[in-house]
Design a protein around this ligand. Sequence first.
Ligand SMILES: [Zn+2]
Length: 319
Amino acid sequence: MFSVTTRDELARFEPGSRCCMLAESAAIARMTGRFAGGRWPGCLGRFEMATESAALARRIVSFMRDLFDLRPSVKAARRKGGALGNLYVVSVPYDEKARAALGEMGVVSKRQGHDGRGAMRPGVPWGLLSKQCCRRAYLRGAFLARGYVQNPGKAYHLEIVTDVEPHARGIVRIAESFGVAARMSRRRRGYMVYVKGGDDVAQLLRVTGAHASVIALESVRVMRGVRGDVNRAVNCDTANVAKAIDAGIAQVESIRELMAHIGMASLTPGLQEIARLRLEHPEASLKELGEMLAPPITKSAANHRMRRLVDLARRAGRN
Ligand SMILES: [Zn+2]
């Protein structure tokens, strides 16, 4: 029940600016969407987003209209196995306009796949998440799409389920940037990102904007007399993760600029390696990037190479 009221609250959250709407939609489309139909030549079928929540279905329709001028249709269907509750399927024909929308949301790669559909991107679209407001929105969308929170009277547990590991890791990383200790574990189908403990569950709900749910949770905690030190929420770990993500995104921009000016081939192999890794992992710390190299290099060596890249980009930009 607590989970349902939390999702209902979030499904009515004032979306704010376009950037946040885009980020939230990206999470929802990525996590509830799939391609359907259109297996014959010349027909690309539909893109369908399925949810059990009528409020979320309405939110998807209005976001698609406001952001992309798309007019999705909504069908209510019984869930497979005759389980209780409806399933709402929001669907758009997969035409040029829908393809552009999914490209802008970073859900599918803009490059066209062999079947004309493009492929679902595995990771989180970091390019849309350079602002904190948008990272909040992405978590909100992820929770709306596939989230669940246990009734606080029973346990402090919140989870978000997603299909592939890079996406789960991205969600963990975003949560960490707000000081939430998130973990992930493998499921029979997909991956579960989960948060335990009153402080962390409350903080994650607060970040997504579920303020009424936070109040409800906190009052349960007060009654149970197990209220922890909520004020520790902002510790230096948080600030560091957020800073690392900001720096990573800035480095990606520098590298892209460098590519545009001089191209990858003119860089030394060492610089190429780290540039490529950074483009693939905008969220990773320099220490992590260094460890991904074979053979691995130290944080300070990774830092040295990155500085060199940023410096080259700055000079290339000036010429
Ligand atoms: Zn935003």
